[in-house]
Design a protein around this ligand. Sequence first.
Ligand code: FAQ
Length: 314
Amino acid sequence: MTEDEKREAFRERIDKGEKIEPKDWMPEQYKQQLIRMMSQHAHSEIVGMLPEGNWITRAPSLKRKIVLLAKVQDEAGHGMYLYSATETLGVRRQDLIEDYLYGTAKYSSIFNYPTLTFADICVIGWLVDGAAIVNQTMLAKSSYGPYSRANIRICKEESFHKKQGYEMLAKMADGTSDQQKMAQDAVNRWWWPTLMMFGPHDEDSPNSAELIKWGVKTKTNDELRQDFVDRTVMEAKAIGVTLPDPELKYNEETGHWEFGEIPWDEFWSVIKGNGPMNRERMKTRRKAYEEGEWVREAAMEYARKRKLKDEKAS
Ligand code: FAQ
């Protein structure tokens, strides 16, 4: 087949909704877009352990500690599925990791905000995991098989994360007046950064058109953000917290909730590295990576010896 014929056959497979698997032919740009997006997603899951991990030792009860520990461990697992899925595209995990620790690869803006009280942990579960589910349910239908399957599994766990956050926040919003204030303060601080997680408006999103053409994304950033707002408004009302947007109003004609303008200057500043916690997050991750070098070396040596032993035995 000529290059053009291969591209045409690939296009037809995407249009038929077939999954593309690692050994199949794919355009180089498709592969590069997947590596960029999947590795960014993996890094986000790993950095995302830090804001909540910060509260494990200070959880208000044994039950909350156990749940939080399990959630944070799940996020590590998500990072691992996603690195494995990205490696199917012929890249090395170590290179991907070093690209965000010492290079230019990104991770989600949301993890550059501090967790000031335990109410932030409730709100991360409800809003941040809630937003991640909306995004990842769409990505579970992605055209790339390994990414799609990783997201199916991730979404199952994220649903538990969202429920535990919402349940905790509902309790807090129904508690003493101090607890209610804490809950509302956390909602006020996390609302706009959560809306930013979906990325820039469609007209400012250079990657969306290509990702949609190839079936990696099936909805745009703005469509997903709107889905999320529509679900969340009623959830907020049900537990008596207020979303901090005076422009929020229901549009009878469209059937959607309209919302105010997102502070985009803040978003671009955070993804350029100037958010409240960017430097701290990078410092912590680099330290863990550098101090863990001997563990990786020992594990590789163990795997090498094991392989030799198995080869001798067979
Ligand atoms: N943060 O052209 P677009 C989670 C960048 S996991 C940082 O619209 P695209 C679980 C973008 O990379 C959360 N950078 O890009 C959890 C691009 O720059 P580049 C992570 C952002 O790819 C919960 C530029 O701006 N989820 O929360 C962001 O079409 C609780 C232009 O943007 C994923 O990664 C941002 N928010 O759409 C864990 C899901 N938005 O790369 C722990 C997979 C945009 O060209 C605790 N990723 N940028 O230099 C996606 O769905 C997409 O990549 C988007 C961005 C929607 C993030």
